[in-house]
Design a protein around this ligand. Sequence first.
Ligand code: GLN
Length: 546
Amino acid sequence: MQRFILVTGGVLSSVGKGVLSASIGHLLENQGYSVSLMKLDPYLNVDPGTMNPFEHGEVYVTDDGAETDLDLGHYFRFTHTKLFKESSITSGQIYSAVIGKERKGEYLGKTVQVVPHVTDEIKARIMKLAGKTRSDFVIVEIGGTVGDLESGPFLEAIRQFKQERPQEVLCVHLTYLPYLGTSSEFKTKPTQHSVQLLLSVGIAADIIVCRSEQPIREETRMKISLFCNVRPEHVFSLHDVKTTIYEAPSILSEQKFDTALLRRFGLEAKEGLQNPLSAYIASKKKRSREVTIGLVGKYLTHKDAYKSVHEALDHSGFAVDAAVKLVDVESDLIQSDALAGKKLEGLDGILILGGFGERGWEGKIHAVRYAREHLIPLFGICYGLHAIATEFTRNVLGLKDANTTEVSPETSNPVISLLEEQKTVEEIGGTMRLGSQICNIKPGTRAFEAYQKTRVAERHRHRYEFNRRYCEMFEKNGMVFSGHHEKWNLVEIIELSTHPWLVGVQFHPELISKPLEPHPLYTAFLKAALACQIPEKIVLGKNTSR
Ligand code: GLN
């Protein structure tokens, strides 16, 4: 029998339903169960692939090439579950499927309606993932906040779903509990209202989790229990974590969340289990050294736009026992080589982030030049590889007008360009090289040194490719092609043999990094950055200019 946990949210958006869902998955796996997770997003985009990161944060890509919400990144990092296209559902997908069926006459002349046609489609999607994964538990996060107009069909669908399977479905409702410092009290009224709102659409919360700045007090728990019709032992506090979000599962299990959850399903929980993340959490509080990494990109003001990169750097920081201090460098403010020197001076390593379009592009190239010439470890991700290749063509090969055709379609030296077969494509959504593909690693290279194997799978999300016409000139000048697509003749990794560590990758290694399985390239990058720290800096423990 499969069991389903529906995670809804009230009061405010962005209080952490994704981390809660991932934490539930983590705790259930720790109890010996298999889990799968999915997110239902109410917006009308078919997927977040066409959304600006300022709108929606990072686009997380799965192995099978789905462009999804960043919460799927939490699911991946907190659990061992595999994620699929079916793990991310949007209203856009649901409506286009329903309209597609209507056009084909599949509804046999019926009036097509939100209830039952849209809601049936939603329920069918949940069952599709359940059937595919056959996991013991399916955790379904419902995006948005209860009461939002656009969440309506999803909530109606899960109401029906819960009613159809009373023994197999539980609703965990996450709310926000404000704390009023002036009167030193938690305010429960918004929580009461959101539980009532949920009840008004026919869904009774079985478990309430309260996000708050501080642990909630017993009297608050009792009050929520009384007013929200949930037993006190089913009200939990998910207060702010001091160090890392990976503390969230242990905060819940200390309150016996896993025991309560399993008991609601008639299952017994194992007590006294080890927390697999405890070493990671402990290390976060105390790491023996520090490494300063500059992040060069253009969506830096949105804290979630590079979520997986932040996570991957911290996972590798754990592996090398170093706290990773991040310095945001807006690429469109690096308007010259001289400015690159001012903004990047004193960093131990520089990471050129992925991205799209013209704004900030030249700044990335100035940053690459600074790192290359000053022998600072440099890691270029996707558009970062494009910047490395363009800078090299301009300043080492001397072809000054070199560019990517993404920015300059007319350049006479298109070192990064579209493949012939891509040139006629007009629709943007889903036309990229997406998902996990096999890359062969050349032995004797920095890439091999990091991976210690010759065959790896990495996830992609891009349109433009390195133009192989330039391979020979690159090689003659010290650039090594250390990774190639296994089947197609495509460049996946480049590295400069005359530099301490300058590596560009066409894929996004951060998407597969986990706290206890850090990505080897991120770890190698940090090791190189630590090795290049000038001795006085380590001794003095402060920034000394290079
Ligand atoms: N804009 C580049 C491309 O489409 C790189 C994309 C990225 O960095 N994810 O090829």
